[in-house]
Write a protein that binds this ligand. Structure first.
Ligand code: HEM
Length: 459
């Protein structure tokens, strides 16, 4: 398997990046010189998209981060681009600019046949056996983490759950026996995460990117040194599973592949879970009637306080699942999904040349009033079988769709349900009357003030 990154491949193959001229017939606006519309998108990506659609329609030309691209909104656009029946859209060349330096060769940075082979090799780590073992770690870690959160006084929820998610990744992804180096690995990983969305993209000393590149060197070195030992061992954590994963011919993944996939999996899981658990908690705090409903459902499982949530009960929590889904409808952890067209294509009567950067927009789609009446109202019952009947399959895309659909989707639901069980069984979560935190929705939704909640013990 080669170790070529998307950017190197683009250069080698002379892939065009379409400038404004090839797109002149697409309605839209490119904004200010140099910055384009970047600031407006950063400030409020949903309001920006709604403004553009009102003015120009559901296919519009835009300029963010120095490149002219085409945004296509709505379920049909999601289906065209994400399902990608004709293999017109490269994920590697969409995400490459953001992720290539720190998380090269992760699944989202691979395309088509090569991607399929890697995805198949990795899928062994998400089968029922390993998932059960991860749930064991999640149960222990979540119960211990929540026990430490303060009761009866205001606490910022977002940083607390971010730390918890990182600690959980350490045990379920890397194995509890990882030892004293774990703190250094966690710090390095956080530096890589911060760098992946940093504005300054050069690894200059003192910048986020500089720290991120250093962090990657440490993580790569540490993972590489562990691989032989993990291959010979019987560890059930995700890293050990990848170390023993094989290609179709039975040969093992190369150490570089294991390191690249492992780093990427940690990236893919961390901020998305942090964001979605924060959204869920906020909605439950703002809608105590839903806390009561979920608590009733969870207690219906007949477990004692502190007992682990069993793997075979995960499907018995439909209300909890719908509450989580609705939180992600309102704040999809990946609000915008980039691709690059590898050849010319047509959509809604527009001809769009190969090489164009293309964006689809879960955040916009999840608030389209014709699909989601009163889109700003929290209503998990939108996801009952009856209410979902007839809704476009690509109207709800928090996990994407098609070949690159989230590989950790079941892991995410499992962690959310495990969290809901230990959290709601122990505390009531509240917010001050009238409190409505401001959310920054891009690149990953989070409450600007950290989300101030008060936890009250149940018993
Ligand atoms: C609520 C939590 C999560 C959300 C909302 C989420 C969302 C997404 C989305 C939208 C994509 C597709 C991006 C694209 O098409 O360009 C994706 C891909 C991916 N996710 Fe997740 N994710 C979550 C949690 C996780 C977790 C926990 C893991 C791992 C344990 C994970 C692993 C991956 C991987 C490996 C991919 C790439 C799949 C591929 O390219 O074939 N995700 N995720």
């Amino acid at each position: 398997m080669s170790t070529v990154t998307a950017a190197t491949r683009d250069r080698a193959e002379g892939v065009r990046t379409t400038g404004g001229s090839g797109l002149a017939r697409i309605p839209g606006q490119e904004g200010w010189p140099i910055v384009g519309n970047t600031l407006a998108v950063l400030a409020d990506p949903r309001a920006f998209a709604e403004r553009m659609v009102r003015r120009y329609g559901p296919v519009y030309r835009n300029r963010v981060f120095g490149e002219v691209s085409v945004s296509m909104v709505g379920p049909e656009a999601n289906e065209l681009v994400l399902f990608d029946a004709e293999k017109n859209f490269s994920s590697a060349r969409g995400w490459g600019a953001i992720l290539d330096r720190l998380f090269p060769r992760g699944l989202m940075l691979l395309d088509f046949d090569e991607h399929r082979l890697h995805r198949r090799a990795l899928s062994v780590a998400f089968k029922a056996g390993p998932m059960k073992s991860y749930l064991g770690q999640l149960n222990a870690g979540i119960a211990a983490g929540i026990a430490q959160w303060p009761r009866g006084r205001e606490m910022p929820f977002y940083p607390a759950v971010k730390q918890l998610t990182l600690d959980l990744a350490a045990t379920s992804f890397l194995g509890a026996e990882f030892g004293p180096d774990m703190e250094a690995i966690k710090r390095a990983f956080m530096d890589m995460l911060a760098a992946s969305i940093a504005v300054v993209r050069k690894p200059l000393p003192g910048t986020k990117m500089g720290r991120g590149v250093k962090g990657r060197a440490l993580v790569v070195d540490y993972f590489s040194r562990q691989i032989r030992q993990r291959r010979d061992g019987t560890g059930e954590d995700l890293f050990s599973q990848l170390c023993r994963a094989t290609w179709e011919d039975g040969s093992l993944l190369s150490p570089q592949d294991v390191v690249d996939h492992m780093s990427f999996l940690m990236l893919a899981a961390h901020d998305t879970l942090t964001s979605s658990l924060t959204s869920l908690t906020y909605r439950l705090a703002a809608h105590p009637e839903w806390q009561t409903k979920l608590r009733g459902e969870l207690h219906g499982l007949g477990l004692n306080t502190g007992e682990p949530l069993p793997f075979d009960k995960l499907d018995d929590l439909p209300l909890t699942e719908m509450a989580f889904k609705e939180a992600m409808r309102m704040a999809p952890p990946v609000p915008s999904i980039p691709r690059r067209a590898v050849r010319d294509f047509e959509f809604r009567g527009f001809h769009i040349p190969g090489g164009t950067g293309v964006e689809v927009n879960p955040l916009y789609t999840h608030h389209m009033p014709n699909l989601w009446p009163e889109p700003d109202r929290y209503d998990p019952l939108r996801f009952t079988d009856e209410a979902s009947r007839g809704r476009h399959k690509f109207a709800y895309v928090p996990f994407g769709g098609g070949a690159h659909m989230c590989l950790g989707l079941h892991f995410a639901y499992m962690q959310a349900k495990c969290f809901a069980w230990h959290f709601l069984d122990n505390v009531r979560v509240g917010i001050a009357p009238g409190y409505a935190p401001e959310w920054r929705m891009w690149p990953i939704p989070f409450p600007r003030d950290g989300l101030k909640v008060i936890l009250t013990p149940i018993r």
